[in-house]
Design a protein around this ligand. Sequence first.
Ligand SMILES: NC(=O)c1ccc[n+]([C@@H]2O[C@H](COP(=O)([O-])OP(=O)(O)OC[C@H]3O[C@@H](n4cnc5c(N)ncnc54)[C@H](O)[C@@H]3O)[C@@H](O)[C@H]2O)c1
Length: 371
Amino acid sequence: MTHPHETVHVALGDRSYRIEIGHGVLANSGAWVSPLLSRPRVAVVTDSTVGPLHLDSLRDGLAAEGIEMTHLTLPAGEATKCWRYLSETVEWLLEQKVERGDMVVAFGGGVIGDLVGFAAAILRRGVRFVQIPTSLLAQVDSSVGGKTAINSPHGKNLIGSFHQPSLVLADVAVLGTLTERDFLAGYGEVVKYGLLGDASFFEWLEINAPTLAAGDISKRIEAVRWSCQMKADIVARDETEQGDRALLNLGHTFGHALEAATGYSDRLLHGEGVAIGCALAFEVSSRLGLCSQEDPSRVRAHFKAMGMKTDLSDIEGDLPDADGLLALMGQDKKVTQGTLNYIMARGIGEAFVTSDVDTETVRRVLHEALT
Ligand SMILES: NC(=O)c1ccc[n+]([C@@H]2O[C@H](COP(=O)([O-])OP(=O)(O)OC[C@H]3O[C@@H](n4cnc5c(N)ncnc54)[C@H](O)[C@@H]3O)[C@@H](O)[C@H]2O)c1
């Protein structure tokens, strides 16, 4: 059976690039990458889970166009987004004699994409790179838009830069080896797009997500395409997050506080925090009279139907109280001059940015959610 192939354009002037989405994209990777190369050689960085599963397919796809690859394998996991592995990556790229005209390839989930994108940004004051995202989260979110970063003991993604990729290749075939938990965490970001800006996408997901999660390839391609198109449109309007791009943070202020409260550990994955955060953002919006009472129920019902973490009680172990969570929210990157910017919603698909949110209401919602 042949599946559709989709292309999304990210319109950023002379830094514009394409996102190629399909089934079997890795097998054709050489054909997509070749026109961008000054010599037939790329340096690939992957992680210890993705490498053994999919590196051979990538090597074959590149070899089909006569492109040689060398590779570096880093440990899988969030802890890799740190100075040590950034430095290891940059030094390895220098050892491989990667020059200004060469292409670096980030082959993995959001951790590899963020780290390798940052390494490419600082290597020789900037070399080009290709994102080949392998997790659902990376295909719909982190590989697009040019945010690159590593973590600091002071917080997540605090050291980084904007560096757009030259190409993104999203092969939904590789999603088949994700654990169900990682798949559903990535799906949290997919739902976020519907919730923030397109009610018809959310409705489509309500109907199609069960078969999509069960492995339907065409629906996976459609969900990745829709998500990437929405992100591409927002990034083209506001590349460096002066305004609209903040909408992509729907659910993230709550989510980041929960990630911090759980020590960025396995207790809560990023996408799980985003899903719970979206449910909380709709609950607060409803309490403030911004959206109907049915909206938060509908959001939660969908998460529950998909078997996702939905409520604070779905997080194992103890959490701080409402004041503790509020304090963690206050450390968010979205704080400007001491004021927290919230992403609230006037309904499903109608998110907006505001600092005008009554903290007492947020505290009450958190308190009730904790009890
Ligand atoms: N730059 C951005 O705009 C942006 C946006 C959202 C999230 N992020 C970042 O992305 C990261 C989270 O991304 P993630 O969820 O992809 O994390 P990840 O890279 O750790 O991947 C999750 C797990 O899935 C494994 N994996 C990846 N692809 C696989 C495959 N095809 N088969 C089997 N296993 C596979 C990985 O090895 C890892 O163990 C966070 O660091 C977050 O800060 C960045």
